[in-house]
Ligand binder design. Sequence first.
Ligand code: HEC
Ligand code: HEC
Ligand code: HEC
Ligand code: HEC
Ligand code: HEC
Length: 269
Amino acid sequence: MGNYFPRWINWLPLKIAVCLGFVAVGAGAAASYYFTPKYTRVGYEPTQPVAFSHRQHVGELGLDCRYCHSYVESSSHANVPTNETCYNCHGPDKGQVKKDSVKLAAVREAKETGKPLEWIKIHKAPDYVYFNHSVHINRGVSCVSCHGQVNDMEVVKHAEPHSMGWCLDCHRKPEDSLRPLDQITNLNYKPEQLSREDFYGKMVAKGATLEQLAETIGAKEEAKPTDLQSLISIAEKAYGPKMTQTEVGCQIKARWHITPPEDCTACHR
Ligand code: HEC
Ligand code: HEC
Ligand code: HEC
Ligand code: HEC
Ligand code: HEC
């Protein structure tokens, strides 16, 4: 029996194992290259034609994101502002803030030549991915969830991975991110800053019943709220003296029927 098979056969299992090992390592490397772009994308921070600072214009001057990114709420694509937006303050005819600044030389030159400033794009979804800004903005997702603390950035950088797994993490548990619509561009918002009276009062004004609100809090049958004040007491018992993200997120999700899609065709059309 011993010499019935040629000798190399003894090595075959080992060869197969080694070979499979290589395939597995190769596929693993390819998969991590394709599926975890955070290694290449997060932190991407190109040098722009003008050293425009979000920290200065948003953090210090207090401009709202929509002053410049005017389409985010209404369109599938966000926009970077045209030169005209900069000329509102840095143009020759309108007071001209910092008119002798070297940092603004390219802006003055653009005004003279009429050529648009060529901003380098930082965030880009692949062509085979469908993404719509306004849908997210109008359903309670803030810029900060997807772009990080831009209001503190001297130079914008890619702060979140924007991978498929990352999109799905939120789609599976949107309550961790949802906030009232008037706080979408307030990147320093914290749920504990909200007042329950105000939050639940607005929900009731929009047609929510005290029973619905209490049910989402998870109140027991016997703790039926009779007025706003008793609802607030139920919330305090459940979540503590300050509002929490779970509280805010679960109410918004339930009241607005938020159900982000997880099926392939929603994002790959
Ligand atoms: C005064 C105008 C202005 C305001 C206000 C402003 N931005 Fe910008 N934003 C720009 C300009 C110009 C660029 C392109 C240059 C750069 O990347 O810095 C930009 C770029 C960006 C980018 C990167 C775009 C890309 O290429 O992927 C993001 C994200 C962004 N802004 C988010 C915000 C958010 C969030 C706010 C509010 C907190 C905000 N911006 C407020 C002017 C503005
Ligand atoms: C609403 C008014 C306003 C708009 C719009 C605006 N800026 Fe400014 N910007 C300012 C003010 C005010 C300062 C100076 C703050 C200070 O005194 O330090 C400034 C400072 C700057 C500086 C730094 C200048 C320096 O020497 O420190 C640059 C660069 C700049 N802005 C570029 C831009 C660009 C590019 C745009 C258009 C995308 C723009 N700004 C839009 C008000 C504005
Ligand atoms: C749910 C995630 C999400 C939210 C919320 C979000 N963005 Fe984006 N943003 C993206 C993605 C993804 C891209 C790349 C889109 C593409 O390539 O079509 C992007 C691109 C951009 C760009 C670049 C547009 C361009 O053409 O260069 C700007 C500017 C921007 N976002 C600003 C904002 C602002 C301001 C807000 C808040 C008002 C915001 N975004 C909220 C995910 C988000
Ligand atoms: C932080 C949370 C969050 C992130 C991150 C996020 N989404 Fe969403 N997405 C939502 C919410 C909330 C809705 C709204 C669901 C509803 O209205 O019921 C939504 C809806 C959608 C829809 C359905 C509405 C439409 O436009 O047809 C698509 C498609 C979508 N998201 C794609 C994406 C893609 C692609 C990414 C990643 C680049 C992404 N989302 C990242 C929260 C998120
Ligand atoms: C919420 C949105 C969303 C859903 C749902 C979704 N995808 Fe994706 N998918 C993405 C995004 C965003 C990317 C691009 C990731 C990147 O750029 O790294 C992607 C990338 C891919 C890729 C390309 C990987 C590559 O690197 O070439 C494949 C294949 C894919 N998705 C298949 C699927 C399948 C199959 C499903 C259903 C089970 C699905 N996707 C559901 C958002 C989604």
